[in-house]
Design a protein around this ligand. Sequence first.
Ligand SMILES: Nc1ncnc2c1ncn2[C@@H]1O[C@H](COP(=O)(O)OP(=O)(O)O)[C@@H](O)[C@H]1O
Ligand SMILES: Cc1cn([C@H]2C[C@H](O)[C@@H](COP(=O)(O)OP(=O)(O)O)O2)c(=O)[nH]c1=O
Length: 264
Amino acid sequence: MIPEAPEFALPQSKDALQSRRGALITLEGGEGVGKSTQLRLIVDQLRRAGFEAIATREPGGSPGAEILRQTLLSGVLKPLGSAAEALLFAAARIDHIDVTIEPALAAGVFVVSDRFSDSTRAYQGALGSLDPRFLRALERITLGSLRPDLTLVLDLPAQTGLARAARRRGPEEASDRFEGESLRFHESLRAAFLEIATAEPERCVVIDAGQPEAAVTRAIWDAISLRLLKGRVQESADSSVHGIFSQTASALGDCAEGAPVHGG
Ligand SMILES: Nc1ncnc2c1ncn2[C@@H]1O[C@H](COP(=O)(O)OP(=O)(O)O)[C@@H](O)[C@H]1O
Ligand SMILES: Cc1cn([C@H]2C[C@H](O)[C@@H](COP(=O)(O)OP(=O)(O)O)O2)c(=O)[nH]c1=O
């Protein structure tokens, strides 16, 4: 199922939990690993914990990038080759960053994106013919100094993910541009995502996506709590915003381990 278009709107008011720059969380992995499913659950959970959060996706996430998405996923650009496709994914990403991501981060909002720059590294890289220096240079130009604060790599054997994606799609609907590639391609994609996670452990957490949905959500929430929320909850406590803090700490439950639940 194609996720809904982003629901980005600048927040009306900011509280202590929003008083600093937001954070960019990206969900990555192959087809059918559960990114879209988890995205909604995580955004809801962040909101329940008192944070402003928006869901977005790539390719897409801004009006201009959504137009490019249609063309990229239709497959009509395949004959142009991987370099041209990589450039167009990058063009969509530039608009997504400028129009949606940066304004939200500046307003203190958590941005949770279904795919981001690691998908270009993995997909366009796995298609084979691109010089890694080209992809690195493109990433530098596209992202500037922006990096995801946390990347959750949902990991699943390629065949299981493809079977889930086929079930989601149903027998009537044709597979999209990349889902239709060979099993070997999807296996190399999985390896590429795991390689990224191994190379950047400070940014990436690998999540076993073969678990039941609720267990996957729990593992993701643990990673977000430990890596991103603990400091913010503590900061709120330090600045004596006890109401918000205790509300957030109890919403975080066990994950806010070590933090006082009652602010008084
Ligand atoms: N943990 C899970 N176990 C079994 N099926 C799942 C799980 N998570 C998601 N699904 C199902 O698998 C299909 C693909 O999930 P989706 O979130 O759309 O994946 P992605 O966005 O990564 O392509 C959907 O039908 C979804 O309901
Ligand atoms: C962001 C991005 C996506 N893609 C591909 C991965 C997916 O096959 C497709 C996005 O389609 P989508 O329907 O969002 O797929 P999924 O549910 O698996 O996330 O675009 C790239 O090849 N490069 C990129 O940089």
